[in-house]
Design a protein around this ligand. Structure first.
Ligand SMILES: NC(=O)c1ccc[n+]([C@@H]2O[C@H](COP(=O)([O-])OP(=O)(O)OC[C@H]3O[C@@H](n4cnc5c(N)ncnc54)[C@H](O)[C@@H]3O)[C@@H](O)[C@H]2O)c1
Length: 254
């Protein structure tokens, strides 16, 4: 049976994180080649590359800092040379600093916005500019967060970066709609993974509190996020663009 994304290539930033890895494997399961990028060194990518290669998935890894636009361009060139044209991109890399407005340093604030917002801009702009040049249609997915909409006093820099990402997604969606490139954001709530885990490691009781606070009384798994990201890249989709797929178990209804 033909898979949904056969002969297509996706570029994923933050691909060695919990959600990034799950996203890579979900695209691979649908037949896509995967261009992985993360700030971590090459050696850290070896297990995931091995897993993908074993199941016959074309894949490539670049160690890249997404806040460096020139490095992002080099990443894309290397990915295209290895895997061919890229028609899907997932801007997933992010960091989180747990520090309120009067604790966070100016340097931390700037760094977080540089990675989470500028980085997403560099990655998605580079890929979509090439798609426009090559006249290919496809999809962009931004990894946003419910924190982009609901105020969180302990992570203001992260929340502001995700709020900015939402408007970046909408502006890009408007600009690219006539070219058949669909641009959307996924906004998860508490995922039992990466960035939340960092918070919960410092305050373990908060994990159970997060579950109980969520109206559906469940934390999200990285695989559940990944499934929705792939769905947003369905080539049959010609209408869903500029949308926010809120996946927060009802948190923002509170
Ligand atoms: N975990 C959650 O609860 C949650 C909830 C909502 C949204 N999200 C979003 O999902 C995405 C993935 O988060 P995660 O939970 O898997 O976190 P994670 O920490 O496991 O993954 C983030 C990855 O980004 C990479 N990265 C950091 N800085 C980078 C840089 N400058 N350049 C390139 N790569 C860099 C890290 O090395 C890491 O592998 C993020 O955008 C996050 O905001 C996560």
């Amino acid at each position: 049976m033909k898979k949904l994304l056969e002969k297509k290539t996706v570029l994923i930033s933050g691909a060695l994180g919990d959600i990034g890895r799950a996203v890579a494997l979900a695209f691979a399961a649908q037949g896509a080649g995967v261009a992985l990028g993360d700030i971590q060194p090459e050696a850290a990518a070896a297990p995931l590359l091995q897993e993908l290669t074993t199941i016959g998935v074309p894949c490539h890894y670049t160690s890249v800092d997404v806040s460096d636009a020139v490095a992002v361009d080099r990443w894309l060139q290397a990915a295209e040379a290895a895997l061919g044209p890229v028609s899907m991109v997932v801007a997933n890399a992010a960091t989180v600093t747990i520090a309120g407005l009067y604790q966070v340093t100016a340097e931390q604030w700037r760094k977080e916005l540089q990675v989470n917002l500028d980085g997403a801009f560099h990655v998605t702009r580079a890929v979509t500019a090439r798609m426009l040049e090559q006249r290919i249609t496809g999809s962009v997915v931004f990894a946003g967060s419910w924190a982009g909409e609901v105020a969180h006093a302990h992570i203001p820099a992260y929340s502001v970066s995700k709020a900015g990402l939402r408007m970046l997604s909408k502006c890009m969606a408007l600009e690219l709609a006539p070219h058949g490139i669909m641009v959307n954001e996924i906004a998860p709530g508490y995922v039992d993974a990466g960035l939340s885990r960092v918070v919960w490691e410092q305050a373990p009781d908060q994990k159970e509190q997060a579950r109980l606070k969520t109206p559906v009384r469940q934390l999200i798994t990285p695989q559940q996020v990944a499934r929705e990201v792939v769905r947003l890249c369905d080539p049959e989709n010609r209408h869903i663009t500029g949308s926010v797929l809120l996946m927060d178990g009802g948190l923002s209804l509170l």
